[in-house]
Design a protein around this ligand. Structure first.
Ligand code: DNO
Length: 391
């Protein structure tokens, strides 16, 4: 006997410009892709026509598209300012259109200004493969001396600022340029980084948005859209903060178990759920991932599986899937238990992977080269195959 319900194996695809082709994803053994209409400006409606066109494109390779990542949330929804109400109405229309086309899960995040942040997307592993890295000192150097964010100086001791300044002075120009370029990337599906001016202008709009206010704005958004999603047959899946702590002096509100608890209490609608990203939640030592997955299992609409290795000083790199701080054996075991209990398959994608082998010379989205993700997928698949015998 083996488990009846297994994870649905998907891979992210950035669309027709992605160096990783649909044929590659099909050859990896996936049944579908996770994608988004990245060309549509944030906030604008996704039409049925545009959604159908993408579904048909993917279907040519016998792949499905049922999980969106992301339907982005406009910054004015996060700040609760400007055209907030209009952007929420647009979001509802997009959800109805997506539901009418058979989409089942919509992933989004509520991270202010920047999506994910790293300081190096080409960190050399001892074996020559490349990993994504977040270095706290380098990030603070960017914040203090490149972005020169107002208020940043007050967040550190004078000793730390002096030490960081000394580190900055000793840094080769190309390394500094790499940090700047990488932190400003922050936009999935785009290779056009922000400028410092853009970031500072956006930060201004968050000036009076306290942590409680940001949480209230998220709850307001979800109270509006979750019923619409529910009617459209869609589960909303919020992506945790990455990294799961404050960036640019801004609050982040989806980093811990308590944050999940607050969100579920504020919006009990069953369409309000999680994209359980083991890499993002796992970058914090105080998050117990197997316990969190167990607790929120019925609200997990989508799984991102990857691993990180922390050093205790706020630095982490993305480790091989089975080698970081998170116990993926326990995670996959728990996912199998949830799926059998609830009689459903949870969509899953191997999140990120090292850049390796023939991919090393290619231009790919950071974290999203083909071979590293295929390796991760194969390992997760093997783990699930073995564990499924228990059920
Ligand atoms: C990074 C991704 C994120 C994620 C968004 C979801 O690799 O996991 O960019 O797609 O935060 O909205």
């Amino acid at each position: 006997m083996a488990a009846q319900y297994k994870m649905e194996q998907l891979m992210r695809w950035y669309g027709p410009n992605d160096a990783v082709k649909l044929s590659h994803i099909a050859q990896a053994g996936c049944t579908g892709v996770v994608t988004a209409l990245h060309d549509i400006p944030v906030g604008a409606v996704w039409s049925v026509e545009a959604i159908r066109q993408r579904i048909d494109m993917v279907a040519e390779y016998d792949l499905t598209w049922t999980v969106v990542e992301s339907l982005p949330v406009h910054e004015e929804i996060k700040t609760g300012k400007g055209q907030c109400a209009q952007w929420i109405e647009n979001y509802k229309v997009s959800l109805r259109n997506l539901g009418a086309c058979g989409i089942k899960v919509v992933t989004y995040n509520f991270m202010p200004v920047l999506d994910w942040v790293r300081t190096n997307v080409e960190h050399k592993m001892p074996n020559g493969a490349e990993a994504l890295f977040f270095n706290k000192d380098e990030y603070d150097i960017f914040d203090l001396f490149i972005l020169k964010r107002p208020g940043a100086q007050t967040e550190h001791s004078p000793e730390r600022i002096a030490a960081l300044k000394a580190k900055l002075d000793a840094m080769p120009a190309d390394e500094l340029a790499r940090v700047r370029r990488t932190v400003l990337l922050g936009l999935p599906g785009s290779d056009i980084p922000f400028t410092e001016e853009e970031v500072l202008a956006l930060l201004e709009t968050y000036k009076d948005v306290t942590r409680d206010k940001l949480k209230a704005n998220l709850a307001h958004f979800l109270n509006e859209v979750a019923p619409v999603a529910g009617e459209a047959g869609i589960g909303m899946a919020i992506h945790p903060d990455d990294p799961p702590y404050s960036v640019l002096g801004l609050s982040r509100i989806m980093s811990t178990n308590q944050d999940v608890e607050d969100l579920m209490a504020a919006v009990p609608h069953p369409a309000n759920g999680l994209c359980f990203c083991t890499g993002s939640f796992g970058a914090r030592p105080d998050n117990n991932l197997p316990e969190m997955l167990k607790k929120w299992g019925s609200r997990v609409h989508f799984l991102h599986i990857r691993n990180t290795k922390r050093d205790g000083n706020g630095n982490f790199y993305e480790a091989n899937h089975l080698e970081g701080d998170t116990d993926l054996y326990a995670i996959v075991d728990e996912a199998l238990a949830i799926m059998q209990r609830e009689k459903r398959s949870i969509p899953m994608r191997p999140d990120h992977g090292h850049k390796m082998l023939d991919d090393l010379g290619k231009v790919t989205y950071p974290g999203y080269s083909a071979i590293g993700r295929l390796k991760g997928l194969a390992e997760i698949r093997g783990l699930e195959y073995a564990l499924a015998r228990k059920y």
